[in-house]
Design a protein around this ligand. Structure first.
Ligand code: PEP
Length: 253
């Protein structure tokens, strides 16, 4: 079975102490994950070491960076390299969140560089894609996400694409309280899988975990995660509330 993942994206929220308490509360629920299930906390970088040590003794719980720089090292004040992440045993990194694309002008080609650097250091990217509202309204969302995948991922080998993690996040559903309908989510996830199958093969496409992101809450996770091609979620707002995120983890297939 494909990996089913509940990924928390804290974004730029919570103090260190609040973050530590949130992790304690969630891990304190002692949810035993099945071998194909995983919970990943994408936390602010100053909290990575603490998060790593909190999850260290837990089976299938992981820490993720929310971003990394697209160059290896050097005079880039304030940036964080994949080598730095590797040196503190961070195994996952969110790449290409729509907020980074929009506010920090990250392009598909920069994201391709980030993906390459992560893979070189054995850090699994959680690659975000998704269309803005005007594209959805124009009905061209399928072509839009296909270009995002093509320009950032399709230089990878089939071996590298196996078990890859993608998060489909329609931008109009992020932090807005609007979710895609289960039909819209399933349709897009199936589309993503079909373009991966076209570029590689169906065997590879079937191993890729495709998470849904966009106002996933405790009360809608079951419906969304229940879709055949949805393999869990990337969760912003609801991941900041222990009781809500615990429910979401429990909803994983
Ligand atoms: C996100 O941060 O990727 C996200 C989907 O946020 P929210 O769940 O708040 O919409």
């Amino acid at each position: 079975m494909r990996k089913q993942i509940a990924a928390a994206n804290w974004k730029m929220n919570l103090t260190y102490q609040q973050g530590e308490k949130l992790l304690d509360d969630i891990l304190g629920a002692e949810i035993v994950l099945k071998p194909h299930q995983q919970t990943i906390f994408a936390v602010p970088s100053p909290y990575l070491l603490m998060t790593r040590s909190e999850v260290e003794t837990e089976q299938n719980y992981e820490a993720a960076a929310q971003n990394c720089y697209h160059k290896k090292s050097g005079a880039y004040t304030g940036e964080i390299s994949v080598e730095m992440l590797r040196s503190i045993n961070v195994n996952y990194c969110v790449i290409g969140h729509s907020e980074r694309r929009e506010y920090f002008s990250e392009t598909n080609s920069m994201l391709a560089d980030k993906v390459n650097l992560c893979l070189e250091k054995n850090i699994a990217p959680i690659f975000c894609c998704g269309e803005p509202l005007n594209i959805r309204d124009a009905g061209t969302q399928n072509e839009f996400v296909a270009v995002q995948l093509k320009e950032s991922l399709f230089h990878l080998s089939a071996e590298q694409m196996k078990n890859f993690i993608i998060a489909y996040e329609p931008i109009w559903a992020i932090g807005t309280g609007k979710t895609a309908t289960t039909e819209q989510a399933q349709e897009m996830h199936a589309h993503l899988r079909s373009i991966i199958a076209g570029q590689y093969n169906s065997e590879v496409a079937e191993t890729v975990s495709i998470l849904y992101g966009g106002s996933v809450k405790a009360n809608n996770a079951k419906e969304i995660f229940g879709c055949k091609d949805v393999d869990g979620g990337l969760v912003g707002g609801a991941s900041l509330v222990a009781a809500d995120f615990i429910e979401i983890i429990k909803t994983l297939k």
